[in-house]
Design a protein around this ligand. Structure first.
Ligand code: 2AM
Length: 170
């Protein structure tokens, strides 16, 4: 199964993100817009791995206190558009410890540098003769008090992400 570790987002954050998506859609940006229920913040992408219990054990070995995350910044990686998460020492420290625990348990994961973002549109395109619309990121934050192990499946209707386990903050 295809696995990743993520923070699931509050309704408030997701509706803020949906506002950005509608704004862009209304100004002529097209592409694969992430469905509301699929919006999440990935902390580590594991990929194909058939022992989720192993991953949960590694996650349980990394205790954390609840911390706050806030939407901040908008940008792109090529044709993928994202909304960022504000500079956050607690989040980066947790991700560092989490990734170390995965490595120590021999669980593979994508080692690309962690750059906290929520993907809003994949394969985005817009009329290059027009300037890209200026996005205002809504002021929205949430308390992260759990981290989820997610399974990703490709369905006819698109990607389906299912939480298959979670660890709670202390
Ligand atoms: P993305 O939104 O930047 O594509 C499920 O695919 C989640 O894992 C997405 O949030 C995706 O990030 C993230 N991810 C990180 N590295 C990935 C990789 N190498 N392949 C696929 N998804 C990856």
């Amino acid at each position: 199964m295809r696995l990743f570790i993520a923070i699931r987002l509050s309704d408030e954050i997701r509706s803020g993100l949906a506002e950005i998506q509608s704004f862009l859609r209304n100004r002529g940006v097209s592409g694969n817009f992430t469905k509301l229920e699929n919006l999440h913040l990935t902390l580590a992408f594991i990929g194909e791995y058939d022992d989720p219990e192993d991953v949960l054990d590694a996650m349980r070995g990394v205790p954390f206190a609840p911390f706050s995350i806030r939407l901040d910044g908008f940008g792109s990686f090529g044709d993928l558009y994202w909304c960022g998460i504000g500079e956050n020492n607690e989040l980066s420290a947790y991700v560092k410890r989490l990734r170390r625990a995965l490595a120590e348990s021999g669980i593979p994961f994508d080692r690309k540098k962690f750059s906290p973002h929520i993907t809003l549109i994949r394969k985005a395109s817009f009329d290059r003769n027009r300037s890209f619309p200026g996005v205002t990121v809504p002021d929205a934050s949430m308390e992260a008090d759990r981290v989820s192990l997610m399974r990703s499946d490709r369905a006819k209707s698109g990607m389906v992400y299912t939480e298959i386990g979670r660890v709670l903050a202390n």
